[in-house]
Design a protein around this ligand. Structure first.
Ligand code: ADP
Ligand code: MG
Length: 310
């Protein structure tokens, strides 16, 4: 094709531009993007091939204008482009940069498996963590963990046991750790332990206990949130928590905890007393040994950051 402008003008004038379709085509042949494309590919195209590609060019111009105006298109998130295939012009769609960024974000988010956790953990970031003095130590320990884990994920890395009162940001910090690890390609599972315990009781009736428990205990990085928040039956303590801790210790898997109790309080006030009020100090000791093997205690103090509705 020698002179692109001439060919396109010829196509406009040759047909009597009186029908609606032909009027629409006039705008297509005059479109600067169409013109540019035909210029770039003039050696591969002939006047005939441009004429035969009319419907494709029309689709391209329509979709491109909608895309640029931010209107819904045939392929949302994809930008139309023209290609030459077998001497004919065709429309292809390529994902926009924005679409790819959103996809990437979604993919990263799927690496954070949250079971009964508050939605806010999705937004939790180290950068936004209030860096007051009392919390700095926990933040630094979290950063150290992430750095060491990313460097050598197959080695055993001791997790953290975040202890502190309501609203100091324990759950937030767990979320921030999980999101940071997700960005580096690692999967974590965050479980609100009291809700999970209730779910496990229901799972016995449904015969899904083993399956549900397995997926939690085998998670590459596990975070048990709010441990000790509800009274735990001996069954939950021994058959759920005990089984999870045993497996994680044997397999040296990274495990985190958060609790309103210190480790000492958890042992004495929570794990040691069964639902009949009897003391079972040995069982509590065994569990605490596992927790101590898996995680380092960090006390977080500070004001309650929780606002209404949280
Ligand atoms: P905890 O688990 O210790 O009870 P949360 O992590 O649930 O506390 O924090 C309570 C609220 O305060 C949440 O809405 C959280 O988003 C916010 N928050 C807590 N700590 C921080 C922090 N350091 N930086 C930013 N937001 C925080
Ligand atoms: Mg919490």
């Amino acid at each position: 094709m020698e002179n692109v402008r001439e060919v396109l003008q010829e196509l406009m004038s040759k047909r009597k531009l009186d029908t609606k379709f032909q009027k629409l085509m006039a705008a297509v042949y005059a479109d600067p993007d169409v013109l540019k494309f035909c210029e770039q590919h003039k050696t591969e195209l002939s006047a005939d091939s441009v004429a035969r590609s009319a419907s494709k060019l029309y689709e391209y111009v329509q979709e491109l204008h909608k895309y640029r105006r931010g209107e819904p298109t045939l392929m949302p998130g994809y930008e139309p482009i023209l290609i030459v295939n077998n001497h004919l012009i065709e429309v292809s769609y390529r994902p926009s940069a924005q679409f790819l960024a959103t996809e990437k974000k979604r993919e990263v988010q799927t690496r954070v498996k949250a079971v009964n956790m508050p939605k806010m953990i999705r937004q939790a970031r180290f950068e936004d963590f209030f860096p007051d003095a009392q919390r700095k130590q926990a933040l630094n320990a979290a950063l150290d963990f992430v750095q060491a884990y990313e460097k050598d994920p197959r080695k055993f890395h001791k997790g953290l046991y975040l202890a502190g009162s309501f609203g100091v940001g324990k759950t937030y910090l767990l979320g921030a750790i999980a999101n940071e690890l997700a960005a580096a390609g690692f999967e974590s599972t965050l479980v609100h332990f009291p809700s999970f315990a209730i779910e496990m009781k229901t799972a016995i009736g449904e015969n899904t206990l083993a399956e549900k428990l397995d997926s939690i205990k085998q998670a590459p990085i596990l975070m048990l949130d709010d441990i000790g928040a509800d009274a735990m039956s001996s069954w939950v303590r021994d058959e759920i928590l005990g089984v999870i801790l045993e497996f994680r210790m044997q397999n040296e898997l990274a495990t985190f905890f958060s609790s309103n109790f210190s480790m000492a309080q958890l042992e004495k006030e929570h794990l040691q007393v069964n639902q009949r009020g009897e003391l079972e100090p040995l069982k509590a000791k065994r569990l605490m040994e596992r927790i101590r093997f898996l995680a380092t205690e960090m006390t977080m103090v500070g004001i309650n950051r929780r606002q209404n509705g949280n």
